[in-house]
Design a protein around this ligand. Structure first.
Ligand SMILES: NC(=O)c1ccc[n+]([C@@H]2O[C@H](COP(=O)([O-])OP(=O)(O)OC[C@H]3O[C@@H](n4cnc5c(N)ncnc54)[C@H](OP(=O)(O)O)[C@@H]3O)[C@@H](O)[C@H]2O)c1
Length: 266
């Protein structure tokens, strides 16, 4: 039987509690939700037992998920170090906090570090994760099972790849919304009402995603299938090329990876 304590039950922490219950991985009585924000504590009650601090109550839980913001991590180390037991599996989703940092501050070695993204809320997320060398295979599989209740998972042997995962899929939804917002803006500039422009863009993205995901053609072929010579799409693509849009997107994502690395060191 799995019993899970979640420390920090904002967007992501609560997403996990809901996903575990939906997948029948645990029942409500086997979840402990540790949340300091009094305003959201009442909302948590349907999803587990609620506590406002880390104390001896975590002893009865085999898995502890750390889902507070990285900047709040230092404030919990002393309490968690005092109460965590060597047999407990710690799963941290905090961006930029390395396994080494957690080991040093907690004196604990069985650690999974994971980077999910917000579509996890719909069970459509993707999580890159890695494990400390001391984590046994049963715990790695347990973590995989827990994390994939929010979508797909990819295991990385090399922890440093999590910075790229952070930049690509962790932050990725924001890039996607950014592009959608530019397309909606273009629709408005061409005289289409915002809500219609939004419908056109969202359904185009939805359909294009499914074509991309099921087609046997690669992305260049899919682009060619829309862009006929001298046509409208080609006119747009030619401006994107002149404006070096692809390079800008790649540079932006690489900058996000650089920032993730900096945060890991701070
Ligand atoms: N959102 C994303 O796209 C995303 C993606 C991948 C990974 N992550 C990672 O997921 C983690 C959580 O992100 P989030 O967006 O879910 O943040 P969030 O909504 O702010 O949730 C964190 C919660 O933890 C609470 N908290 C802070 N210190 C606490 C403590 N000592 N004990 C108990 N609860 C405490 C916060 O309360 P207060 O509000 O009172 O501070 C807040 O309610 C972050 O480390 C982030 O790097 C997020």
């Amino acid at each position: 039987m799995i019993r899970i304590a979640i420390i920090g039950c904002g967007n992501m922490g609560l997403t996990y509690a809901k996903a575990f219950l939906k997948d029948n991985i645990v029942s409500q009585k086997d979840i402990l939700l540790i949340e300091k924000n009094a305003e959201i504590k009442d909302r948590l009650k349907p999803f587990g037992n609620v506590a406002n601090q880390i104390d001896e109550r975590i002893h009865g839980f085999d898995t502890i998920i750390l889902a507070i913001k990285p900047q709040d991590s230092k404030a919990i180390y002393a309490d968690l170090k005092k109460h965590i037991k060597p047999s407990q599996l710690l799963i941290s989703i905090m961006a930029g906090i390395t396994i080494e940092t957690l080991k040093e501050n907690l004196g604990h070695v069985s650690i999974i570090r994971a980077m999910p993204n917000t579509p996890a809320q719909l069970g459509m997320g993707i999580t890159g994760f890695t494990a400390s060398k001391e984590t046994n295979i049963k715990d790695v599989l347990k973590a995989d099972n827990l994390l994939n209740s929010t979508g797909k998972t990819v295991f990385f042997d090399d922890e440093s790849k999590l910075d790229a995962v952070t930049a690509l899929s962790g932050s990725g939804p924001a890039y996607f919304y950014f592009i959608a917002s530019a397309m909606i803006e273009a629709g408005k500039q061409m005289g289409i009402d915002e809500h219609i422009s939004s419908l056109l863009v969202k359904q185009t993205m939805n359909g294009a995603f499914h074509l991309m995901n099921t087609s046997e053609n690669n992305l260049d072929d899919l682009i060619k299938s829309v862009a006929s010579k001298g046509g409208t799409t080609e006119a747009a693509l030619s401006v994107f090329k002149d404006e070096k849009l692809k390079e800008a997107l790649v540079n932006g994502i690489v900058a996000a990876e650089k920032r993730a690395k900096e945060l890991s060191k701070s």
